[in-house]
Design a protein around this ligand. Structure first.
Ligand code: AMP
Length: 191
């Protein structure tokens, strides 16, 4: 069983690389952003709640997010392992994930951080927004708020996972194929 956390700022390439990891290692890809967008599309009460935060570029409250993620894991009992994309984003979420996995005799195998600087990410997100139509990718102010949220609430998870010897930094700049190779090397070297 391998449980990967994909870590990185919005636009770092987590979703793109998760698709590759899913194929290569037979893992289930769970993106909390995708789950929220699915709820919004279906007009659920969770979707309505999440949308009010997402529209601002702010994080959705922890407990709502944790409950949704745990439900999604429980709905896939046959999975060989998971790629957590965009989760955890706060220390409370990371602690909840550890406890949840431990209750199933599982643990995070590695946290892979895709590193890229803000100006590159801003360009990527604005480009993506033109294609996807995602409102939070089309407005520079919202994008900057998401970077701020990341710096304040998500960046501390670097220390959290480093303390567990599970943190791997990968250069997220370059061709998709090159970044894939870098991630594959990290996975190949996992104990
Ligand atoms: P993403 O698709 O990962 O860029 O997420 C889009 C938006 O969904 C974020 O800006 C947050 O508003 C919300 N979101 C996704 N994942 C989380 C999470 N783990 N915790 C809180 N909010 C989240």
């Amino acid at each position: 069983m391998i449980q990967l956390v994909l870590f990185g700022k919005p636009g770092a390439g987590k979703g793109t690389q998760a698709e590759f990891l899913k194929e290569t290692y037979g893992l289930k890809h769970l993106s909390t952003g995708d789950l929220f967008r699915h709820h919004i599309k279906n007009g659920t009460s969770l979707g309505l709640l999440a949308q009010s935060y997402m529209d601002q570029g702010a994080l959705v409250p922890d407990q709502v997010t944790i409950d949704m993620l745990e439900e999604a894991v429980d709905q896939t009992p046959e999975a060989k392992g998971f790629i957590f994309d965009g989760f955890p984003r706060t220390t409370a979420q990371a602690e909840a994930l550890d406890a949840f996995l431990a209750s199933k005799n599982m643990e995070v195998s590695a946290t892979i951080a895709l590193e890229a600087h803000d100006e590159e990410l801003l360009v990527r997100l604005l480009e993506r927004g033109k294609i996807s139509g995602r409102p939070d990718d089309q407005d520079e102010t919202k994008i900057r708020t998401r970077f701020d949220e990341y710096n304040q609430k998500t960046a501390p998870l670097r220390n959290y996972y480093q303390a567990q010897n599970k943190f791997y930094s990968v250069d997220g700049i370059g061709a998709i194929e090159e970044v894939k190779q870098r991630i594959a090397e990290v996975i190949a070297n996992l104990g």
